[in-house]
Design a protein. Structure first.
Length: 282
């Protein structure tokens, strides 16, 4: 059972709880982007189970008319067992998503998975239309400007994140926070100037959002704003009155690691969690 303090960041352990979260978000004008927690599966049975769960999740979103998408990790779909295993799992999900008109996002993981992820995106995006498949790019990776050029002619959607979740070496990634912010702004400008859009900007930094909004007006490229569940919920509701906003909705039995990562990301989140734990103890 998920404790109340973790419930702020995780929808629950079941598909039904995730779909209920999306339904409540839709009432506030926010879309849900659902992720079944798990990564780096090297057990074929676990890969099959998660792929099947995503197919059921996509069907659940489509059949109930919810405004939502799914976000999958390549290593969760079998990339550690080989690219063909990953692609078969992904294609099985995309087939159901195409029938239900539900978008699928490819998360970006460690740098060692970047080429395989982009290769799969390039292979499948033309088959499923501009809005059906999306991919994430990390601005802190030094290769990302070149990857943006690579994707310029590929149909599909692009999500841009600041990056830094993985401990990449300085030879391939920016590590200094100020340099990472500059890289993010540079990547945003390149994307909004060269891609058709909409471009998904995944950040909780309002100065970055303001910068992206200015670029959107200058280049005439539509924006989508993406934020995490449990982070700046009031801001998300306010932004949803003017923009397309999606909230990342994680669920599943493997929630503890994700929750601990959220705790260590920002002092604000840590203070909130500690207060909640103290209140619960009292």
């Amino acid at each position: 059972m998920i404790p109340p303090v973790a419930r702020r960041f995780v929808a629950g352990e079941t598909e039904a709880e995730a779909l209920e979260r999306v339904r409540r978000l839709n009432e506030r004008g926010i879309r849900g982007m659902v992720n079944r927690l798990g990564t780096h599966h090297d057990d074929p049975e676990r890969v099959r189970a998660d792929a099947a769960a995503y197919r059921e999740l996509v069907a659940g979103i489509g059949d109930t008319g919810l405004e939502g998408s799914v976000s999958v990790k390549p290593s969760q779909l079998g990339l550690d067992l080989g690219e063909m295993r990953f692609r078969r799992s992904l294609e099985s999900i995309l087939e159901v998503a195409s029938e239900r008109d539900v978008a699928v996002w490819l998360d970006m993981e460690e740098r060692t998975t970047t080429d395989a992820t982009l290769d799969a995106f390039e292979a499948f995006a033309p088959r499923y239309g501009d809005a059906q498949l999306g991919v994430c790019l990390q601005a802190n990776l030094k290769r990302t400007p070149a990857d943006l050029e690579r994707l310029a002619g590929v149909p599909g959607r692009v999500r841009l994140v600041r990056g830094g979740a993985y401990d990449e070496p300085r030879s391939v990634a920016y590590r200094d926070p100020e340099r990472m912010d500059r890289a993010y702004r540079d990547v945003l400008e390149r994307a909004l100037a060269t891609l058709e859009g909409p471009i998904a900007v995944a950040t909780h930094d309002l100065s970055i959002l303001e910068y992206a909004d200015g670029l959107s007006e200058r280049h005439g490229t539509a924006l989508e704003i993406q934020m995490l569940m449990g982070v700046r919920p009031t801001v998300q509701r306010e932004l949803a009155t003017e923009y397309d906003v999606s909230q990342y909705v994680p669920y599943g039995t493997r929630w503890k690691r994700y929750f601990l990562n959220r705790l260590t990301e920002t002092d604000h989140t840590l203070r909130f969690a500690l207060r909640a734990l103290l209140d619960r103890s009292a």
